[in-house]
Design a protein around this ligand. Sequence first.
Ligand code: ATP
Ligand code: MG
Ligand code: ZN
Length: 453
Amino acid sequence: MAKVKSKWVCQECGYETAGYLGKCPECGAWGSFTEEVQSLQKPVAFLDDIKPSPLTDIHIGEEVRIKTNISEFDRILGGGLVQGALVLIAGDPGIGKSTILLQTGGELCKSGKKVLYVSAEESSSQIKLRAERLSINCDNLYIYPQTNMEAIKAQIEELSPDIVVIDSIQAIYSGVISSSAGSVSQIRECCNFLMQIAKTKNITVLVIGHVTKDGNIAGPKVLEHMVDTVIYFEGDKYKSFRILRSMKNRFGNTSEVGIFEMKSNGLSCVTNPNELFLNERSQEAIPGSAIVVANEGTRPLLVEIQALVGTTPYAAPRRVTNGVDTSRLLQILAVLEKRVGLNLSKQDVYVNVTGGIEVDEPSADLGIALAVATCARDVVVDSQTVIIGEIGLSGEVHPVNNIEKRLNEAALSGFKKAIIPYANKIKSDKIEVIPVKRLIDAISACVSNVGSV
Ligand SMILES: Nc1ncnc2c1ncn2[C@@H]1O[C@H](COP(=O)(O)OP(=O)(O)OP(=O)(O)O)[C@@H](O)[C@H]1O
Ligand SMILES: [Mg+2]
Ligand SMILES: [Zn+2]
């Protein structure tokens, strides 16, 4: 009989010990250890036929890209799926992970690829229902309801598909390990298994992963290290659009985002997102609103920042953000107090990015500052003006990258003026450019129509 070894594994980070621990020495989590039993496997024999070779002697085969024909998905993948890559797609429950991969499967079939869709969570008829809604009907798309990793491997060998979809990594298990599906050891083992299949058979494997309450991929961090590409599926559940964001990509840029709209017949690509994010805005300028041009990958996005400032009923004033980093806001508020003389110590400040997207780029600083300042003083930023610039601690405006692209996008969306960092000063015949050196200059430049702050 095979020898059986048991170990205690932290379900938060994957740290292993021989006995129970109350607190994980690696990640500091309490009560996160569970016992996992593993039968000892013989170590894999060394493959002697692999020898080190000089870099100059290595020839690269052509990297084969498989276009999914879903333009926004191809964009974040860096031009399509790479053959033999392991791609992880993570997101909140119900955000549309199964939908996008079923749609991708359908598109790939149309271009003659064989796709195996392993459904560990839903029955074949549930998938069929979804496929009908998405108008996918294709005899090259195989649906396989299975949770056992070894059985999945056998089917992959028999079918030899070009693409395998695993829905989801938390629901499959390997018979080698006795712990339940979704545990750290199972996820790690199954991911290893899939990695081998991808690399040895040159099959592209797309894996769905769930995220925990705090937005991390459920399971060990090693999962993200092992795979080639990590893509997060985000979005406002109550709105119809969804954002795919690549966090890691061994075959392309990582700052790209893909924008989709969820419709009854599936996810459709949004090719002009600026219309979507700005169409709810009132045409009239209102205090506390500023339009910034945030760069999402290679594409500039115009988004509206809204601020609300009011006298606080609490002992400590509140700072609430939605879509921007709270510590970034605190820093901007500190600069506004110290360098502009705006007293906010008795004021609650709420900052919101409309459209449910996250702006984590410093170029939005100036827009956030102007939204807060105009709301506090009850003045307005002209509704035809966009604001671009990062703010330093002494109130200076730092330059940003890709200024030309940002200005072009703003002009395309019908904006007439742009406040930009002085160091980025360029001439543009499409839009009037107002370069500023300091935050205070920006404030007086854009609210000059109603007097200074
Ligand atoms: N008839 C419909 N019309 C419009 N949208 C729909 C319809 N049916 C489902 N949806 C959308 O699809 C979402 C579910 O998509 P999907 O099952 O792909 O999500 P998921 O991320 O795989 O979820 P889970 O975590 O449960 O596996 C719903 O939350 C809803 O937004
Ligand atoms: Mg699903
Ligand atoms: Zn831990």
